[in-house]
Design a binder for this molecule. Structure first.
Ligand SMILES: [Zn+2]
Length: 289
């Protein structure tokens, strides 16, 4: 029986020497502005996962379900990234310090973003062209979007903060008074002033303030680099450092700042990349972590 036993040992050694690594990227054919969810599943305990995509590093986190061998990375494709094939490189370091790398190409589809012309009244134009306020606010918001908490405060799926007509979709190029503008970083949901707004998921409030251009604004850090923003609110019901649960009321819809009507601008950023909130809500429901 000795030869049988030694054969069995050799087989076991071979299985462990070549770990199985499965890398899943959702959605499989993403477009500009889409969120991405990368899942790394192995049969060996993982020490660390590093991902490079679109000329930068993205963080991955141990999954709460099976942290030793399943890691996940919430990511995004910038809306200004041209449609093209881009490499996604995953480096898995195991607890025994062995390394597995995987490089695959992702074909980024054209999102066919719309163009929209907005005419502002003279008083709103004055605020809109107030570059000092705009730059100060953009810097504060940008800093908020770069928050990267290793903790996870959310559970899936993320929910709509309020229901209503989508008056402007993600990625639309906005031309104010005929001037070329930026591609819309979120979606606008039209709703009556005073309608309660919900936190899209659990998290920690990192900004709650009256801004000149963006209006009354709340930003929530959901952890793992996922941050949501709500602009042009009427009233705020939360303060910085408050902990909010999934669906908690954070304030009401309004028309503060540069807004042509009562609505909420709702945005989602993943590891510093603004993604389409509609696509994120759908993806988060599909993944169901
Ligand atoms: Zn907007």
């Amino acid at each position: 029986m000795n030869w049988l036993l030694s054969g069995f040992i050799v087989l076991v050694t071979v299985v462990y020497a070549t770990p199985s690594v499965t890398i899943d990227v959702s959605p499989p054919s993403p477009k500009q502005g889409d969120p991405l969810w990368v899942t790394v599943i192995t049969n060996k305990p993982i020490q660390h996962v590093a991902i490079r995509f679109n000329k930068r590093a993205f963080n991955a986190f141990p999954s709460p379900i099976k942290p030793a061998s399943v890691w996940v990375a919430p990511m995004g494709i910038d809306r200004y990234t041209a449609p093209q094939s881009l490499p996604l490189k995953t480096t898995v370091t195991f607890t025994d310090n062995s390394v597995h790398t995987d490089t695959r190409s992702l074909l980024i589809q054209d999102a066919q973003f719309l163009q929209e012309n907005i005419t502002l009244s003279p008083s709103k134009t004055t605020i809109h062209t107030n570059t000092k306020s705009r730059n100060t606010e953009t810097a504060r918001i940008g800093k908020g979007f770069r928050t990267l908490s290793p903790e996870r405060y959310f559970w899936f799926p993320f929910i709509w903060p309020v229901t209503g007509r989508i008056s402007s979709v993600f990625g639309t190029e906005r031309r104010y008074n005929g001037q070329p503008g930026w591609k819309h970083a979120g979606i606008d949901i039209a709703q009556k002033t005073g309608t309660p707004l919900k936190a899209t998921a659990g998290g920690r409030v990192i900004l709650a303030d009256a801004l000149t251009v963006h209006g009354n604004t709340v930003m929530i850090d959901h952890g793992w680099g996922i941050v949501s923003i709500y602009n042009h609110m009427d009233t705020l019901a939360v303060q910085v450092n408050d902990t909010v649960n999934h669906g908690d009321i954070i304030g009401t819809v309004g028309a503060t700042g540069v807004a042509t009507g009562s609505h909420v601008h709702f945005g989602i950023s993943i590891q510093g990349v603004r993604v389409d909130p509609t696509a994120w809500l759908k993806l988060s429901a599909d993944i169901g972590l």
